[in-house]
Design a binder for this molecule. Structure first.
Ligand code: G4P
Length: 526
């Protein structure tokens, strides 16, 4: 194998999916600890505390206790290079999360052992299923009084429709939690409470039959041996192919807070999780081992760091190698651009990337020319497919508190909407600015950021819009006629696309019937 192929194959690019509060932030922090990206836990997580979060960028996230932005964390582990893409947990940011999941090769599902499968997990799994994303499962909070774990496993199988193959199994729970037992290596990993801030020692007992195991488990021993028999009988044996096809999930138990069980999961994760996969474009499949660089933008983030007032476009590299200073073709606008200063984000630090290969994520400085869904190559005209924009469901007109700041408002809205969480619509008949969002919290985020980053105060007003549809038509004459007749409801979105803003469901249905040659699309491929 060439050096390049080996480098590509060492990549493990994934995201964590979970219901809020299941422990995603806590486990992220522990993964960074194992990857030596941080030295002491607590430097990442700062929700209620004073320490600044590494993966939480903005003060707002801390105030609200949710993760709004997506960041990318790279760290080496056991000879692999792990790329962890953080996903916003709040449901108002589902579209953002959706696009992050198009940029990964696998996902880690974190489940609260006391709560089992929750709403948000169900939705995220639906998204993963669209691409048969392989899923690792970590059942968290074993240091608490949790539910019967066989029941939780059944719930995962029934509700999420994926076979479970437990790799480790918890010994006791809550105050009586003693550790985990690896069903495949016949090893007990012994739990020592209160070691969550650093990497704990790996205390092992080999063999469930051993005297040491009997001493360790004490009164629990007989019941546990019986439980393991039951678990082996009632669950599936791990099958790597079935996992990689998204049909089966290996299940691990532990407590992220005490940093226990995470290492065992991570060790198997870097072995089993898929290396960078091929990706589809509109014309052909792109193999990650191809030498020519290609990649797509799945996320744009403005002003991540107030000290650097710029926007970053996150690109998933799908083939080839990025080297500093290289030329790339920005396919949509047909221009070559020289990229001297791509960045990665490691624990809040920005460092210039010298090199990156398929599977890696790099951040490109965006001065307004890059949009979500854009493809970059070393010359070939490719366009990666499958990165949709969804029609927003909520709309507000934006008015200025100080009318003299119109320019700043327009610029701010345009830039914030480029990030993809909200969308901007500018009616063709008047000067209104209408913001569309999938969830109501996004309006607050936009207002707050306009204030903080663009120094404009805005006021929202209700607007009579039920939904937006992107307009497409092959027949230019028909399109012109439509534009004349439907002008009052037409607008241009932030990407310059014509959209129809329907006032009611009935209005939309009527227009669709009246204009059979016009397509009213509820999603727009970037
Ligand atoms: P999220 O990102 O998925 O929303 O969850 P997060 O990691 O923030 O964890 C949610 C809460 O659950 C936190 O408590 C966290 O400390 C706790 N937690 C995470 N893992 C474990 C675990 O293994 N055992 C126990 N007992 N608790 C766990 P919090 O009170 O909301 O926040 P904080 O006061 O700890 O910051």
């Amino acid at each position: 194998m060439s050096k390049f192929a080996a480098e590509v194959d060492s990549r493990r690019t994934f995201a964590i999916i979970s219901h809020p509060d299941a422990g995603k932030t806590t486990i992220t922090e522990k993964l960074l600890l194992f990857g030596n990206a941080i030295q002491v836990a607590g430097t990442v997580k700062g929700k209620k505390g004073t320490r600044m979060a590494t993966s939480d960028w903005m003060a707002m996230e801390q105030q609200r206790g949710i993760s709004i932005t997506t960041s990318v964390m790279q760290f080496p582990y056991n000879g692999r290079t792990v790329n962890l893409l953080d996903t916003p947990g709040h449901e108002d940011f589902s579209e953002d999360t959706y696009r992050v999941l198009t940029a990964v090769d696998s996902a880690l599902m974190v489940i609260d052992g006391a709560k089992g499968v929750e709403d948000r997990t169900i939705k995220l799994m639906e998204v993963c299923r669209l691409r048969d994303t392989p899923i690792f499962t970590f059942v968290n909070k074993m240091d608490r009084e949790v539910r019967d774990q066989i029941e939780v496993m059944d719930e995962i199988e029934d509700i999420l429709k994926i076979q479970c193959a437990p790799i480790t199994w918890p010994i006791g729970m809550g105050k009586a939690f003693k550790g985990i037992y690896n069903l495949y290596t016949d090893t007990i990993h012994v739990f020592e409470p209160g070691k969550g801030l650093t990497i704990p020692d790996d205390v092992r007992v080999e063999g469930l039959e051993s005297d040491e195991a009997k001493t360790l488990l004490g009164d629990l021993y007989d019941d546990f041996v019986e439980e393991i028999e039951l678990v082996r009988g009632a669950s599936h044996e791990f099958d790597l192919d079935a996992y990689q096809q998204g049909l089966m999930t290996p299940v691990f138990f532990g407590t992220a807070l005490s940093n226990f069980g995470v290492r065992e999961m991570l060790n198997d994760f870097v072995e089993w999780a898929p290396k960078p996969l091929s990706r589809n474009t509109e014309t052909r499949e792109v193999d990650p081992h191809e030498e020519g660089l290609s990649g797509f933008i799945f996320k744009i983030q403005a002003n991540m760091d107030p000290k650097h007032r710029d926007r970053i476009a996150f690109m998933r590299i799908c083939s080839g190698r990025y080297t500093r200073g290289m030329k790339m073709k920005h396919v949509r606008i047909g221009k070559d651009v020289k990229i001297a200063d791509a960045v990665t984000f490691l624990a809040g630090d920005r460092s210039n990337v010298e090199e990156a290969v398929s599977g890696d994520i790099i951040g490109l400085h965006n001065h307004g020319t890059i949009q979500i869904g854009d493809t970059f190559t070393e010359g070939e005209d490719l366009k990666f497919s499958g990165i949709p924009h969804f029609a927003p469901e909520l709309f507000r007109r934006v008015r200025l508190a100080d009318p003299l700041k119109m320019k700043q408002l327009q610029k701010g809205l345009q830039q914030l909407c480029e990030e993809g969480a909200t969308q901007l619509f500018m009616p063709t008949k008047n000067n209104d600015l209408i913001v569309g969002a999938v969830g109501v919290l996004q309006f607050d985020v936009v207002a707050q950021r306009l204030k903080d980053e663009y120094k404009v105060e805005c006021i929202y007003e209700p607007v009579n819009v039920f939904t937006a549809r992107w307009i497409d038509c092959d027949d230019d004459r028909k399109l012109e006629e439509f534009k004349r007749k439907a002008g009052d409801n037409l607008s241009v979105d932030g990407g310059g696309h014509l959209t129809y803003l329907a006032s009611t469901r009935v209005n939309l249905a009527m227009m669709e019937e009246r204009w059979p040659d016009i397509s009213f699309r509820s999603t727009r491929e970037h």
